[in-house]
Design a protein. Structure first.
Length: 202
């Protein structure tokens, strides 16, 4: 079995975004991080992480409360932020390369509270005029929902702890850290389900 077989032609890509608020139309996209996965010896695991800092789009609203939570300093000279369209083009190209390598026909977004991340990605595509989004337009794999079933909790930090995955609250709300923890949580849940007899009968 491989990723193509396990997810019926979809490539799961774990994604985390940090933003300037909750409104995907008005608030800025500030960080994008993703994790690519691999299938070896009947288990899914982490292959590679990628992360980008993003310049707010013109006239974007950035809530001070969001910056306090994320700790993002927009004036930090070492932030090395790029414009939204540049980041998305690079991100989507990497997704397509991974799809091709895994012989998958489409990517599927894996995220904690995935509707939030999907909404911001879709709005950013409209805003930048990007028409070829490699992700499925509405289907996602939401680790918050999966964790509620598997571990009885939807909050990422607590779900990780219940799964035996370390979680440092001081590093939370950084896209690169959160996507790594989300990817570990997703892999653990998939691998646990893989062992169920029902899976072998599908």
């Amino acid at each position: 079995m491989n990723l193509n077989d396990r997810f019926r032609g979809y490539l799961p890509v774990v994604v985390d975004l940090e933003t300037g608020g909750f409104d995907n139309q008005a608030n800025a996209l500030l960080e994008v991080a993703c994790t690519f996965l691999k299938w070896e010896e009947d288990e899914i695991s982490i292959r590679e992480h990628c992360a980008w800092s993003v310049n707010p789009f013109p006239d974007a609203v950035i809530e001070p409360a969001s910056l306090r939570v994320t700790g993002i300093d927009l004036e930090d000279p070492d932030r090395a932020a790029q414009d939204e369209k540049v980041v998305l083009i690079d991100f989507f190209q990497r997704v397509r390369q991974a799809m091709k390598a895994a012989a998958c026909h489409r990517a599927i977004l894996v995220a904690h509270n995935a509707a939030f991340d999907q909404g911001f990605l879709n709005s950013a595509c409209v805003r930048t005029g990007i028409k070829r989004n490699p992700f499925h337009p509405f289907t996602t794999l939401d680790t918050a929902s999966l964790a509620a079933v598997a571990y009885g909790h939807t909050v990422l930090s607590e779900a990780c702890r219940r799964a035996g995955i370390s979680f440092d609250n001081a590093r939370a709300h950084d896209a690169a850290y959160d996507v790594d923890r989300t990817a570990h949580l997703f892999c653990q849940m998939v691998n646990a389900w893989q062992a169920a007899p029902l899976m072998r009968d599908l």
